[in-house]
Design a protein around this ligand. Structure first.
Ligand code: ATP
Length: 544
């Protein structure tokens, strides 16, 4: 399942101080299907905010999120088909591992048997249309009322026209649960003139009123709490509603519009359809939309899924334990199993390794990579640890202050960073940065001429970045004069700490072969051209 973010923006407003934080700014990225993509950046750059918007836990200020072709921007988290794993495993302490993993399955509704079809008609030009019949569900967010409004003939005709015209942006046809869901604004956009109609609708049709607290006041804090009773409004409630509506206090939205011509099937037809679906699902669904019943999972099905997932994350021997009887790494595996058991379309991991010690981090990171490859689930992995992101990801997205800096394969981002920020963020030890200039096409650090810049590069002040592994010694062609201050032996390599006036840090580090003979004091270093990265001094963008 490909994930596409289109101009995704999140602005947090602080009402008291009238401040705003642009946590995510115009993010425009595509995460290829079946890949593991690392979202990488320093603390506060908007990684978690991006992840929470993808999960549906946070609403974007603007922009859109697509899973495949489906626009999920306004779909609730439960319906998006995501598995989420957080830094703190958030397991239920009183439940066994088995129960923790089984928990998301208990109320899961899965597709049951086919029980109806929608068959669009095809005109001579090959365009499909449906004879719409349907209802609009209207939600009044102020009073927490919902009303189902059956569409009139004229409205149906209008809707049918729009359904035909797929390019009309007001209409999105979602073929999920095998219904046509047509989001429309024709009533909401003309809200003023619809007031009378709205009062009539909400007060006379089927509606749902909120749960009342002990004082008899409606509990209004969460829309999920509203659906407790269906009854007609009292006179007082109607008066209050009318009054609020007149004073512009009522916030009404059209939640969805369902339009379909559904034909119920006989048992014989159902059986025939089941056979067709088994034989060739693509053919069976090509020119019709099949409606299914919903059902809960059977006990045995839950059991099998839990065992299958536990095996996948290798915790099948721990199923009877409680979370407190597990190590951190084992707890995180349980959390991952719990996220995977529902077979999500997308797996979202928010710093999942932060609470583990160094050894377990490495081990669990390899585990996540294996799981991701085995399940093929599109995965987004948030981390501020560049090494972690580099080692695990097919691609990484580097972010800074809510803005994407670069997206590519890890090695490519390391070798060819697009700007100084990315170059500095990737690599341990970090890249060494020097003040330099290009003069008559030659690249200089102070008085030391390194090499000629490519032909079309203009003279300018630059930052010269040299990766620690980009130095040579003892060969002819030394170009960079420096002062060795300290030598650290690392085994296969040695690390030499040097000083140079033009370095933007007090010292810089070169990593070279341990066989090299280096002494404290003056040295002339050579540089490997492909490890030297040059950035404009003002824009910090890459020059070459
Ligand atoms: P970390 O690695 O520290 O978790 P991050 O890259 O995940 O950081 P976010 O948590 O996405 O960063 O935060 C991005 C910015 O948005 C930060 O400046 C943060 O202070 C701000 N922010 C996040 N949540 C809120 C909120 N609910 N209200 C106001 N500002 C917020």
């Amino acid at each position: 399942m490909e994930i596409r973010l289109e101009n995704l923006t999140k602005i947090f407003k602080d009402n008291k101080r009238e401040n705003e934080t642009r946590a995510v700014d115009n993010l425009d990225i595509t995460i290829p299907s079946g890949k593991l993509v690392g979202l990488l950046g320093p603390s506060g750059c908007g990684k978690s905010t991006t992840l929470y918007m993808i999960s549906g836990l946070l609403e974007p200020t603007s922009g859109k999120i697509f899973f495949g072709e489906e626009d999920v921007t306004e779909i609730s988290p439960e319906k998006r088909g995501i598995g989420l794993v957080f830094q703190n495993y958030a397991l239920y302490p009183h439940m066994t591992v088995f129960k923790n993993i089984a928990f998301p399955l208990e109320n899961l509704k899965v597709q049951g048997r086919p029980n109806g079809v929608i068959e669009p008609t095809k005109d001579a030009n090959g365009n499909y249309s449906i004879e719409a019949t349907g209802t609009i569900i209207i939600e009044d967010k102020t009073h927490y009322l919902k009303a189902n409004y059956p569409l009139s003939k004229d409205e149906l005709l209008k809707l049918n026209e729009e359904v035909k015209d797929a390019s009309n942006e007001q209409v999105s046809i979602r073929i999920e649960g095998k219904k046509f869901k047509v989001k429309k604004e024709f009533l909401a956009s003309d809200f003023e003139s619809q007031k009378d109609w709205l009062v009539q609708l909400i007060t006379t049709s089927l509606f749902i009123l909120p749960k009342l607290d002990k004082e008899g006041q409606p509990i209004k804090n969460k829309s999920s709490q509203i659906v407790t009773c269906k009854r007609k409004m009292t006179e007082e409630e109607i008066a209050l509603f009318k009054n609020d509506l007149e004073n512009g206090k009522v916030e009404v939205c059209i939640e969805s519009m369902v339009a379909s011509t559904t034909r119920k099937l006989s048992e014989e037809e159902i059986q025939q359809l089941e056979t067709e679906l088994q034989e060739n699902k693509e053919k069976a669904t090509k020119e019709r939309i099949i409606l299914y019943t919903k059902r809960k999972l059977k006990k045995q099905e839950i059991h099998d899924l839990v065992i299958e997932t536990a095996k996948l994350v290798q915790i099948e021997k721990l199923l009877d334990r409680k979370p407190s009887q597990l190590s951190g790494g084992q707890q995180q595996r349980v959390a991952i199993a719990r996220a995977l058991v529902k077979k999500p379309r997308v797996l979202l991991l928010d710093e999942p390794l932060s609470n583990l010690d160094a050894r377990l981090r490495l081990q669990t990171r390899e585990e996540i990579r294996r799981l991701q490859k085995e399940t093929g689930v599109t995965t987004i992995f948030v981390t501020h640890d560049q090494e972690e992101a580099m080692s695990i990801s097919d691609e990484i997205v580097v972010m800074k202050e809510g803005i994407e800096q670069q997206r590519d394969r890890p090695q490519e981002v390391y070798n060819n960073p697009s700007n100084l920020f990315v170059a500095k963020f990737l690599g341990t030890p970090p890249i060494n940065v020097f003040l330099g200039r290009i003069e008559n096409r030659a690249l200089y650090i102070g008085k030391n001429k390194l090499f000629m810049a490519p032909k079309d590069v203009e003279d300018q002040d630059v930052y010269v970045g040299i990766r620690p592994e980009g130095f040579t010694i003892g060969e002819t062609g030394g170009v960079l004069r420096a002062e060795v201050e300290q030598i650290e032996t690392l085994g296969r390599d040695i690390s030499i700490i040097c000083k140079k006036d033009e370095c933007t840090q007090p010292t810089f580090k070169a990593i070279i072969n341990a066989d090299s003979h280096v002494k404290i004091g003056k040295i002339v270093l050579g540089v490997k051209k492909n490890k030297v990265l040059v950035f404009n001094r003002d824009t910090e963008e890459r020059v070459f």
